[in-house]
Design a protein. Sequence first.
Length: 311
Amino acid sequence: MQLPHTTTIQGSSNGPHLLITAGIHGDEFEGIFAIYNLIRQIDAAKLHGKLTLIPVANQSAVDLHSRCGEDNKDLARTFPGDANGSLTEQLAAHLTEIISKADLYIDLHTGGRTMDVYPLSGYGLVKNATNLETQRRMARAMGLPLIWGTSPELNGRTMSAARDAGVPAIYAEYRGPCPCDPLGIEAYTNGCLAVMSAFDMLDNTRPLQPSQPPIIVEDPRPGSGHLQVCNPSPIKGIFEISAQLGQNVKPGDLLGTVIDPLTGKEHKITCNQTGVIIVIRSYPQVDEGDALAVILENCADPSSPYQLPSC
């Protein structure tokens, strides 16, 4: 197994140990470039604590231009891994050990080649009240327009590895479809610096204030936050999008149409929830069962839809 390259910056005085990773999937690049920015910018003499940076966590997947590595396993579903298993299982075990040694953890993602994801910071609604409040602080400091707390019970992920190790952790999502979005790189760079500032790891810095307060949603229902199972395609085919990211929808609204390229038969995909679209399939080719959209539900008051800033 090829271990990911890790940059460690030890500060001049005591402070938290922050771990930041990107490249868990091989088709997500904004986080990778943001971490390289941090490597260039952080001055150890002005750092309080320790910073561990892993820009490309999954080199095998990057080499294949793919979400998964050469063993066709999704690293983000393989934690805590197996030191004696396949390449991805070994990698998950290695990263689990690194995560367990951190005080704070940020994992940077995007929707990759196939999904467009509304910019958000997310975390699991863990039982440890102190860790949960720390995660809320981290998510607010990231400065993204949506903050989403979801079920802590989802396993196989970086967040579950952090949960099991008692490490406060957040993940972030920022759009996804190519080309690599410079606004995403900037948002992630500034967001990570803001988290460091919020936890007194940097001197003389002020977190950038978002243009408007974020939407904050916490949904403790089982399975919340599992993006890959929402609004699955009924067939293998071509997805024609009819809705857009950030759009408010209600039951019966058309999300898109999956067309069978062999027969021309059309399958209309309609919404069965009230809320706002925070993920939409952007890559037209789909397999049966592929998620086509994720709706952030208005659970408390369906008559008051979320008003997210346009992307």
